[in-house]
Write a protein that binds this ligand. Structure first.
Ligand SMILES: [Zn+2]
Length: 315
């Protein structure tokens, strides 16, 4: 008998509304642990009897995720609004079983029965690796890299030893993109709060946000922004060489734009980030706007500028 199967017989019940709903340690019942969705699911995660979930959806997602990571394929039996029984797809060979049901008079769901050991082999073609699960796993990589459908298939195969068809990889890539782009659009809404927060932190911090209004009654749109921190201004004036490097790079999200960066140089040759901003494109107008704000912040004295720009913009 497996060690994990530690619950008492009377607690091993599929019955809803059973006496086990008010479990407590003093009566020898398993302690209640809340499942934390914000923690990344790992291969070695241990489900426990008494573990609670905010919804059945959360429970099912966690169970599928965990089984895919361990190369197992499961299915839901007795799957209704109040309970879910999870068994292994190779039921004849494998006694894996998890039952989660709603706690009486609450909206919480709790694991009541647990037999977590699989005896089956690795499921290479795992149908439990659905598109939403794959999207979660490639999300971080897709933030910084463009991934083709084959890259998604290869990545999942290499890291999790699971083969997925191209159609699922396509769907997963689409979902991951929606998550990433959805996130970046939300960030623009936070710019005013961010501005208030950095001004609260220090009055010397400078934050400028330009917005564009297309017409009366229309929502204003993001135009440009500029940030320079007080500490950086003091450092460039008091500790650095009068030498400033300027550059810009393209932002590769759905909104595009150019990130402008200015750095100073310490006497020991290390770089000091001085100011940065986002503008619609590199042009005389955008550089003039940016440099005017920068000169107001660092003071007009003799500075040496270095840039890769072929044109010299006279401000
Ligand atoms: Zn199994």
């Amino acid at each position: 008998m497996e060690k994990e199967h530690v619950i008492e017989d009377e607690y091993l019940t599929d019955e809803l509304d059973s006496a086990s709903d008010n479990s407590s340690d003093s009566e020898g019942r398993p302690a209640i642990v809340r499942f934390r969705e914000d923690e990344e699911m790992t291969k070695n995660f241990k489900f426990k009897v008494g573990m609670e979930f905010s919804s059945l959806k959360q429970f099912k997602s966690a169970i599928l995720d965990h089984n895919v990571l361990n190369g197992k394929e499961v299915r839901f039996k007795k799957n209704d609004a109040r309970r879910c029984r999870v068994v292994c797809k190779k039921k004849d060979k494998c006694k894996y079983l998890v039952l989660c049901s709603r706690v009486v008079r609450t909206t919480t769901f709790r694991i009541k029965t647990l037999f977590p050991k699989h005896k089956c082999g690795w499921a290479f073609w795992n149908k439990n690796a659905k598109a939403d699960l794959v999207a979660k796993r490639v999300f971080d990589r897709m933030k910084n890299n463009k991934m083709q459908i084959n890259d998604v298939v290869d990545d999942i195969k290499q890291r999790f030893s699971v083969e997925i068809p191209g159609t699922r990889a396509f769907k997963a890539r689409k979902l991951a993109r929606q998550l990433i782009e959805g996130d970046s659009s939300k960030q623009y809404f936070l710019l005013w709060s961010y501005s208030a927060e950095i001004k609260r932190a220090s009055k010397g911090n400078n934050f400028k946000l330009d917005i564009e209004t297309s017409g009366p009654g229309l929502q204003p749109r993001f135009g440009r922004y500029y940030i320079c921190f007080d500490g950086c201004k003091k450092a460039i004036n008091n500790a650095c060489r009068p030498f400033i490097g300027l550059d810009g790079c393209h932002l590769k999200n759905q909104y595009g734009g150019i990130l402008l960066i200015v750095v100073g140089k310490y006497p020991n040759d290390q770089y000091l980030p001085l100011a940065f901003g986002v503008v619609e494109t590199e042009s005389k107008d955008s550089w003039s706007w940016f440099m005017t704000l920068l000169m107001q912040d660092i003071g007009e004295k003799i500075w040496c500028f270095i840039s890769d720009q072929q044109k010299v913009y006279i401000i």
